[in-house]
Design a protein around this ligand. Sequence first.
Ligand SMILES: [Zn+2]
Length: 432
Amino acid sequence: MTRGDEHQLRALLDDYTSMVREALGIIVTNDVRSRRRAHELCYRRLRERYPHLHNKFAQEAYKRALAMYRSYRKLLNKWRRLPAKERRRVSPPSLPTVGESRVVELHIDTYRLDRKHGFLALTVSRGGGVYLRFLVLEYEYAMREIEGAKLCNSKLLVDGEEVFLLLTVRRSVEVREHRNKLIIDVNEDTIDCLLVDYDKVRAVLFSIKHNAGRVRANYRRIRKGIQEKVKSPRIRDKLLAKYGRRERMRVEDRLKKVAALLADIARKHSADLVREDLRDLNLNSERGSRQLNYRLATFPYRKFMSYIDYKFWERGLEVHEVDARRTSITCPVCGYADKRNRVNREMFRCKRCGFTFNAQYVACLNLFSRSNDGMVAIRGGRLVLISRKAAQVVAVDVAPHDAPTPDEVLRGKPARIPIESKIPQIPRAGNH
Ligand SMILES: [Zn+2]
């Protein structure tokens, strides 16, 4: 960016912020709720006051102001619905204001990305024949996402000396239903999986350790140490915030990698995902399941699920949700549900039919039958899946002792190597 462009950019940021502020004033005074009304009241006024700016900036400005006012009204309504006693204690939300803003919304008509002499350049049309030009630093992961995608309304973020382009892109991903299934049961330290391969007439149960629970336990210890040893409240808070950030980053990094790994395994076997229905989480917590509430409080469960869904969709695979209530205590063979079926952490033994199995995988087997694909049965002393769709009997292998490494799963052969020794596919985030 040249010095002249930088000056132009700061001026644009100032003008844009003033526009949002003015639009917000109009919207609040007139209690505007709809986009159309906002347009009627704001657009012409903003255009008259800022004739040198591209008309799309006026449009984006009142849209942003409207969004701010809408979220304020949402909070206000929530506050109004509080019982009178609580309402006296909690103050109502304050009206939104526009402080110093660092963001300029770029309508798709106001910017262009193109390559000149091998460099990627961003051109922003300010209006009045003025163009701002930026040289874009290209990051590989970002460029991968942009390739073949359609650019949408985006944002410029000005942070001190640095300018960031927050690009929104739309990509069409072809989704088709696959016959094979990858069924997952997500836990605090592992993801237990059942891969059903109808093409090869086999299924394998395996487990991937993501160890997010252990990472969190480590940080719990660090936090405790800080609480005990650091006396100054200021330094203590600072340290706690720092380690909190680091913990979040490490856990998220791990979960993202595991999500990508799962999706790669599924793509290799052209399998769609079957996972528990997230609505069950709400149902259960309302009933006050203590164990589940604990699980939700200590593990970014929903976030992890959204990473997984995203990675599957990205690869053109489908995601199916099934009812997961009581899956850990229900017998997959006869359907009898009883807490006592679960002898201990390791062992499951059905009180009615005597089916005995590694407790870790029982939920997966139940998810399979609830996915409507078929049923779980014992034939000739072997665990099999009787498939409704493909009309065949699929033998189930269990990865013995410990989980196979992702590599071995991809090669389709259960392994005997503890996954811990081979985890490099999910690199640790390191001590930064
Ligand atoms: Zn049973």
